[in-house]
Design a protein around this ligand. Structure first.
Ligand code: 4HQ
Length: 253
């Protein structure tokens, strides 16, 4: 997949895409991230990219002209059709489902706003989709674009060394991840759940699913409410609940 990012801070986005799993995915040729600075497409001597809002009010907006020319240049840099995404709090919330959907496209162009945002006419005519990474306000779209690139990059075929890891993620089956433990087996902070060193792989699988169901029930009931649990999953969750209430009774006397 090819990702072109339109940003006033290209070194920031490039830096994010050079490290970790996404950096390795770039080295493996699975994804390529190219940044474009609209300032280089500004036509006046001052390289102006912002303007004051009509109607008054605080802050500045990004001008149509430089952004439009940057988008056109980015699109023209490769053959495949690109989906243009604007990152903003007004967008639909980014979910793992949306990440999976976008991860199979050949190309994305990500538009990062600064200041108070972008002239609405540019959004109307040049943007295919508006996405938000959450209900809070950033000082620019770059971190949101980096989040999207990270989530998409790790899903590219061959990006993760263990092919199972993507399938076992939180949310990939609509549930939160189970707890994990590593060495040492004995530690002053606590002991291991015995099943994990039993060698009984079926029992371990069952325990992990039960923990995932239980944690989703405790921490994200909203996720559980939208799921269709089969009979065995419902039974596992009931087991978790009984143990949870029993432990609570013990602690509260
Ligand atoms: N911003 N999810 C305002 C965000 C944001 C978010 C990006 C701040 C766009 C103009 N982007 N600029 N939340 O807060 O994506």
């Amino acid at each position: 997949m090819r990702v072109d990012v339109i940003t006033l801070f290209p070194e920031f986005v490039d830096g994010c895409a050079r490290v970790g799993v996404v950096g390795r995915a770039q080295e493996r040729g699975l994804i390529s991230v190219t940044s474009w600075n609209p300032r280089e497409f500004a036509t006046d001597n001052y390289h102006t990219v912002d303007g004051r809002p009509y109607g008054g009010g605080p802050g500045m907006l990004m001008l149509i002209g430089p952004l439009r020319d940057t988008i056109a240049a980015a699109k023209a840099a490769a053959e495949a059709p690109a989906k243009v995404i604007y990152l903003s709090p007004q967008g639909a919330r980014l979910t793992q489902r949306k990440v999976q959907e976008l991860s199979v496209l050949p190309r994305l162009v990500l538009l990062c706003g600064r200041y108070e945002g972008v002239d609405e006419r540019l959004l109307d005519h040049e943007v295919d989709e508006e996405l938000s990474i959450g209900d809070y306000v950033l000082s620019g779209g770059e971190l949101a674009a980096a989040v999207l690139i990270d989530a998409i990059g790790r899903l590219q075929e061959g990006a993760l060394n263990d092919a199972q890891s993507a399938a076992q993620d939180s949310f990939s089956e609509g549930l939160l991840d189970c707890p994990h433990y590593t060495r040492p087996e004995q530690h002053e902070l606590g002991t291991l759940p015995a099943v994990l060193i039993s060698g009984d792989h079926a029992a371990i699988k069952r325990w992990r699913l039960k923990q995932s169901l239980g944690r989703t029930w405790l921490r994200r009931p909203d996720l559980l409410a939208r799921m269709q649990l089969d009979k065995s999953a419902r039974a596992l969750l009931e087991e978790f609940r009984l143990e949870y209430f029993a432990a609570q009774d013990k602690n509260t006397g």
